[in-house]
Write a protein of this length. Structure first.
Length: 472
C-alpha cells in the first residue's frame, strides 16, 4: 500500500446502539450547566420569568431537536450533522466556519467544567478560589491532558465509561429536586415570583437567561454529531428526542424549586456550584457534599462526551477536505488523535485566558453558547431550504427553530458576537491550508465577502476590548 493510500484510508467506525447514543446526548447535556442554574437564573429573573424562559427555551430547543431528527432521516449521507448541514446548505466556507465554531464551542465549554470542579473544591481549599487562580489553572491543565490520554485509548472504551457515568450523575440531581420540594417554603417561593428590584422588565429578565439555557441544552445534537457510529440511521433521531425529553424536566425543575428555598437576592450571591449551596441551606452540610460529589462525576462525564464530539467534528471535516489533511489521521482504535490534540490545546489556551476574566465561569459559559449559535442557525436554515415543497409541519418546525436561534444571537448581545468573531476569523488559516493542499482557488467572490465580514468583526472586537468598550 502506498503512503498516500495509508493517509486516506480510515479504520471502520465503531458502531453504537440506541441506548448508548441516547446516553451520549444525555451525557453531553447534563454537565456543568445544571449545577449553576439557581444562581444564574436568580441573577436575572424570578419565578415568573423563569417559567417563561424555560417555555421559550424548551420549545425552541425541541424544534432544533426535531430539525436534527428530520435531517438525520432525510439526509442520511451527511455525517457529523451540525457541520455537514451548514456545508450542504450554504457552501464550503460557511460549512467550515460551522465546523470550527462548533468545535471551538466544545473546547471552551470544556473549560467551564474544570473551572466548576476547581470552584467546588475551592470551598474547602481557598487557594483554588472560584476556579480561576493560578493553582486552579495548573491542576485543570493536568486534568486536561490526563483525559487526553484516556480518550486516546479508543471511542468504544470512552463511550462505555460515559454510559456508566450518565446514570451515576443523574441520581444526585433528582435527589436535589425531591429534597427541595420537601423543604420548599411557600412564602419564600411567592416572594420570588415577580423578581427582585434589580431584575428589570420581564422581557429583559427572560432575555438575560437565554445564553444559560443554550448552554445547558448543548448536546441535544450529540447523536447527530456521532451519526457515523450509529448501528441504524433512524437511531440518531430517536436518541436526540429521547435525550432531550429526559433532561428538560430536570433542568426546569432544578431552577424553579430553588426559588422556594432562599430569597433570590441571596441565591444570586452564592458561589458556584450554586445548587450545592442551595441544598446546604435546606438540609445542612451533607447536602452540599452530596451535590458536590455528584457534580464532579457529572462534569467529568460531560467533559468526556464533549471532547469526543469536538475531535469528531474536526476529523469528519478533514475527511471531507474542508480541514487540513493532518486532521484526518486516526488510530486503529478509531481515535482521531491530531484532532484530539488540537481540541486539548485550545481548551488549554482558554484556561489560561480565564485568569484575566472578571468571572471565569460565566465568561466561558456565555462564550460557549455564543460560538454555538452560528452552527445552529445554519443547520436550522438548511432545514428550511430542504423543507420547502415537503410536509408543512416539517417546514414550520424548521422556521421556528431558525427564528429561535436568531433571537438567541440577539440575546447574546454585541459583546459575545464580537468575541466570537475574534475566534472565528483567524480560523480561516486552516481553510486556506486545506484549499492549498487541493490546489484550488483560495476564495470565491462570495467567500471573499464572508471573509471581509469576519475580519472586520474580529478587528472591531479587538478594538472594543483594547479601549474597554467590552471586557472579559
Amino acid at each position: 500500500m502506498s503512503q498516500a493510500d495509508t493517509k486516506t484510508q480510515s479504520p471502520p467506525a465503531a458502531k453504537l446502539s440506541l441506548p448508548t447514543l441516547t446516553t451520549m446526548v444525555v451525557g453531553s447535556m447534563v454537565g456543568a450547566g445544571v449545577f449553576s442554574l439557581p444562581r444564574r437564573f436568580a441573577q436575572e429573573t424570578g419565578v415568573a420569568g423563569a417559567l417563561i424562559a424555560w417555555a421559550v427555551a424548551g420549545t425552541g430547543m425541541l424544534m432544533l431537536a426535531f430539525v436534527f431528527q428530520t435531517l438525520a432521516v432525510r439526509r442520511p449521507d451527511l455525517d457529523a450533522g451540525v457541520y455537514a448541514y451548514a456545508k450542504a446548505g450554504f457552501g464550503e466556507y460557511l460549512g467550515f466556519f460551522s465546523a470550527f465554531g462548533y468545535w471551538a464551542s466544545a473546547c471552551v465549554g470544556n473549560v467551564t467544567y474544570w473551572v466548576l470542579i476547581m470552584s467546588t473544591i475551592g470551598a474547602i481549599a481557598p487557594a483554588l478560589g472560584d476556579g480561576d487562580t493560578a493553582l486552579a489553572v495548573v491542576l485543570s491543565s493536568v486534568g486536561l491532558w490526563l483525559f487526553f490520554a484516556l480518550i486516546s485509548r479508543g471511542v468504544k472504551e470512552a463511550a462505555a465509561i460515559n454510559r456508566i457515568v450518565t446514570v451515576a450523575k443523574v441520581v444526585p440531581i433528582i435527589v436535589f429536586v425531591i429534597l427541595a420540594l420537601f423543604y420548599l417554603e411557600p412564602s419564600v417561593f411567592a416572594g420570588n415570583f415577580g423578581g427582585a428590584d434589580y431584575a428589570g422588565s420581564l422581557f429583559n429578565q427572560v432575555k438575560g437567561t437565554m445564553l444559560a439555557t443554550v448552554f445547558v441544552f448543548l448536546g441535544v445534537e450529540g447523536a447527530s454529531v456521532y451519526s457515523r457510529h450509529a448501528r441504524r440511521r433512524e437511531d440518531v433521531g430517536r436518541a436526540t428526542i429521547l435525550g432531550f425529553v429526559s433532561v428538560f424536566a430536570i433542568f426546569a425543575s432544578v431552577t424553579i424549586v430553588s426559588y422556594g428555598l432562599m430569597p433570590m437576592e441571596e441565591i444570586a450571591e452564592l458561589r458556584q456550584p450554586s445548587m450545592a449551596e442551595v441544598l446546604e441551606h435546606a438540609v445542612g452540610t451533607w447536602g452540599k457534599v452530596f451535590v458536590s460529589v455528584g457534580l464532579i462525576v457529572s462534569v467529568l462525564g460531560a467533559y468526556l462526551a464533549w471532547t469526543l464530539m469536538a475531535a469528531e467534528v474536526l476529523y469528519v471535516a478533514a475527511k471531507d477536505d474542508d480541514m487540513p489533511r493532518f486532521l484526518k489521521r486516526a488510530t486503529a482504535a478509531d481515535v482521531p488523535v491530531p484532532a484530539l490534540v488540537m481540541s486539548t490545546v485550545l481548551s488549554q489556551i482558554v484556561l489560561v485566558v480565564t485568569l484575566f476574566s472578571d468571572d471565569a465561569f460565566n465568561f466561558a459559559l456565555d462564550l460557549t453558547s455564543a460560538l454555538t449559535l452560528i452552527p445552529f442557525l445554519l443547520a436550522a436554515g438548511f432545514a428550511v431550504k430542504i423543507g420547502r415543497g415537503g410536509p408543512l409541519g416539517q417546514l414550520a418546525i424548521a422556521v421556528i427553530a431558525t427564528l429561535y436561534t436568531a433571537f438567541l444571537i440577539y440575546a447574546a448581545g454585541l459583546k459575545f458576537v464580537l468575541v466570537s468573531f475574534i475566534i472565528y476569523a483567524p480560523a480561516t488559516v486552516l481553510f486556506v491550508m486545506a484549499r492549498r493542499e487541493q490546489g484550488r482557488r483560495l476564495f470565491s467572490p462570495s467567500e471573499l465577502v464572508i471573509l471581509a465580514v469576519s475580519v472586520a468583526g474580529a478587528v472591531l472586537g479587538i478594538v472594543a476590548l483594547a479601549v474597554g468598550w467590552i471586557s472579559l
